[in-house]
Each structure stands twice: as structure tokens, then as C-alpha cells.
Design a protein around this ligand. Structure first.
Ligand code: X2X
Length: 344
């Protein structure tokens, strides 16, 4: 009898301790996590965010609930402040463009070196290879937890004035560029008149004609209906492509159990793969159906011959060389080697 009571007591104590552990770990979890994105679910990028959030919710049985904040609304639309806000915990997690975070992480400018990545295989050789590994360790040291790669895409140049076939066609064009000084350098070298502004400001500026043109992936062009804001000319020059990175704030990450961390990481990898496929849809098939769709909207699509493209490569080479040393020559050399060795 005595033994039984003692055993029962032991059980009771153990059960109470277990309940406390469960409670305290549950208390570390926020009822909702904030995911920052520049664009919403009409874009491959936003769709990727939605997929990531849904997979996490499903696989954690609702322990981790994520709410999407498109329009970088947690930093009042200023996408160049997103990285700092993630580090500081104003944002719990994000899928961000390498361009928007490169003011804080200068190595991310690598992907914006003009004409570094000639094709999708080159981009994959970087993100899925040695460069991708090094970038993740750089991002980790910069204060976030990187989990997976996604893709915004090859940024093509569009404008309201006329077809662009050669660098001279850019002369005097007022172009909206994103927030890394590398972009101002590129377009200044080409003789254009670049103005840095956020994505939120870009659309009204194009609409009113305050600027003549911009550069963004074709999936962004269609989702933002850029043909309705004067963008009647597209040149497929593939000069730069921005990958996306799935990251989590470090404290938030540390507050999750190892099992939940594994779930969030795998969900990011799965969502990233799916997002990349959506971002490339219509552009990797032989007849590029997305371009046909855009042409059908009354947009002129200019494709460059290799010689025409080379003129742009040459004109931007001094910018490439200048930024190679700012990014870090070793990292850029590794990237160049990975691209040269890629499987096409
Ligand atoms: O601002 C842009 O051009 C966009 C949407 O592509 C990025 O956030 C880099």
C-alpha cells in the first residue's frame, strides 16, 4: 500500500513537471509570426510565401502560424530596410530579394553584377553550389537564419519611349532603379538617367510618366500589369537576376523546438523549389509562351542578337570590375568558376 502511494506520488510529480515543460515551451511560441514580402500572392514571390506558411501550419499542426505582410508593410514599404528589421525582430521571417538586402550585406551584390549569369543553369550553379553555401554563412554571420533559395528572376528592361537594341537607345531615359548603388552605376554607365525608388513608389511614377522605364522580371511585369502604366517596350537582355532567400529571425528560430525548426526548414526548401518553377514558367519552354502573352497585350518585345547583347556587356564592364572588388574578388572568382563549370 505504502509503495503504491509513493509510486502514485512519483507519477503525479513527473506529470506536473511534464505539464510545466509543455506549457513553458508553448509559451515561447507566439500566436502569430510575421512574414515580410515585397509583393503579394499574384506574383510567384508572394505565392512562395503563401506556400511556405501553409506547409508550416499543416506540418506543425498549427503550432506555428504565419501571417503574410506583402508590400513590406512592416517597414512602411521601404524594402531596403527589411533586412535590418528582420535582424531586430520587427519582422519574424521573410522571403527577400538579394537586391533589397545588399545595402546591408554587400556580398549579395554578386547576383547584380551585370551579365554575370548568362542563363538559368548559371544561376543554379551559384545558389545550389559553393557560392550558395558561402552566402548562407555570410547571412548567418550578418544575423539571420537562412533556409532556402527562391527566385524573383531575370530582370528585363522596359520603357514607354521606344525599343532598346543598343546602349545608345538608353541615352537620357529616366529609369526607376532599385535600392542598391550598383544599379545606379550600371545605368549611368549606359547613359541613362537612373532614379532610385521603392517598388511602392515605382508604379505611380511610371503611371504619371515621372519616369520612362524600369527593370523587373517578366512575371512581375504581368502581375503588375505594367502594359497599363505605359510600359510598351520590353528588351530581353537578361543582364541581372535576383534570387530570393527564405530567412527567419535568430531569436524566433531559437525559440522553436529542433523538430519544429526542421519542419520550417524543409517547408522553406519545398516552397522555394515550387516558387522557382512558377517564376520560370513561360520563359524556359522553347516557344516562351509568357512572351507571346505579353506581346498580345500590345507590347513590343525585343530580343537581342549575341552581338547586340555583347555591346551592353562591354559598356557595363567597368562597373563589373569596380564592384567585383567591393563584393570581394575571391567570392566573385568562385562564382565565375562555378558558372564556367556549369552543366547546361
Ligand atoms: O522593387 C523591385 O523592383 C522588386 C519588386 O523586383 C524587388 O523587390 C527587388
Amino acid at each position: 500500500m505504502k509503495v503504491q502511494v509513493r509510486t502514485l506520488l512519483k507519477f503525479a510529480v513527473a506529470a506536473t513537471a511534464m505539464a510545466f515543460t509543455a506549457m513553458s515551451s508553448a509559451q515561447n511560441y507566439k500566436p502569430e509570426y510575421k512574414m515580410s514580402l515585397v509583393v503579394g500572392t499574384a506574383f510567384p514571390w508572394g505565392k512562395g510565401g503563401e506556400t511556405w506558411a501553409n506547409l508550416v501550419k499543416e506540418r506543425t499542426q498549427g503550432r506555428i502560424n504565419i501571417k503574410l505582410y506583402p508590400g513590406v508593410s512592416l517597414v512602411q514599404g521601404d524594402q531596403t530596410r527589411e533586412f535590418t528589421a528582420i535582424r531586430q525582430g520587427v519582422i519574424d521571417m521573410a522571403i527577400g530579394s538579394t537586391i533589397n538586402w545588399s545595402p546591408q550585406v554587400k556580398q549579395l551584390n554578386l547576383f547584380s553584377l551585370p551579365f554575370l549569369m548568362p542563363d538559368y543553369a548559371a544561376m543554379d550553379a551559384l545558389t545550389q553550389g559553393e557560392v550558395g553555401k558561402q552566402m548562407f554563412s555570410i547571412l548567418d554571420k550578418a544575423g539571420v537564419v537562412p533556409l532556402a533559395w527562391g527566385e524573383n528572376g531575370y530582370r528585363e528592361i522596359t520603357n514607354s519611349k521606344g525599343p532598346i537594341r543598343k546602349p545608345e537607345d538608353l541615352k537620357g531615359l529616366k529609369l526607376r532603379v532599385v535600392g542598391s548603388p550598383l544599379f545606379s552605376d550600371i545605368f549611368t554607365a549606359l547613359g541613362a538617367n537612373p532614379t532610385q525608388m521603392s517598388w511602392a513608389d515605382a508604379q505611380p511614377a511610371l503611371s504619371s510618366g515621372a519616369v520612362d522605364g524600369q527593370e523587373n522580371p517578366m512575371s512581375v511585369f504581368t502581375a503588375a500589369k505594367m502594359h497599363t502604366i505605359g510600359q510598351k517596350h520590353v528588351t530581353m537582355w537578361g543582364y541581372v537576376a535576383d534570387p530570393l532567400v527564405f530567412v527567419v529571425n535568430k531569436e524566433v528560430w531559437a525559440s522553436w523546438t529542433p523538430a519544429d525548426q526542421a519542419i520550417v526548414r524543409q517547408a522553406a526548401i519545398d516552397a522555394g523549389k515550387e516558387e522557382i518553377a512558377i517564376a520560370r514558367k513561360g520563359l524556359i519552354e522553347a516557344d516562351k509562351p509568357l512572351l507571346k502573352e505579353i506581346a498580345a497585350l500590345g507590347v513590343t518585345i525585343t530580343e537581342l542578337t549575341p552581338a547586340e547583347r555583347e555591346a551592353f556587356v562591354k559598356a557595363t564592364r567597368p562597373v563589373y570590375d569596380k564592384w567585383k572588388s567591393q563584393i570581394g574578388a575571391d567570392l566573385v572568382n568562385t562564382a565565375e568558376k562555378s558558372i564556367a563549370a556549369r552543366k547546361k
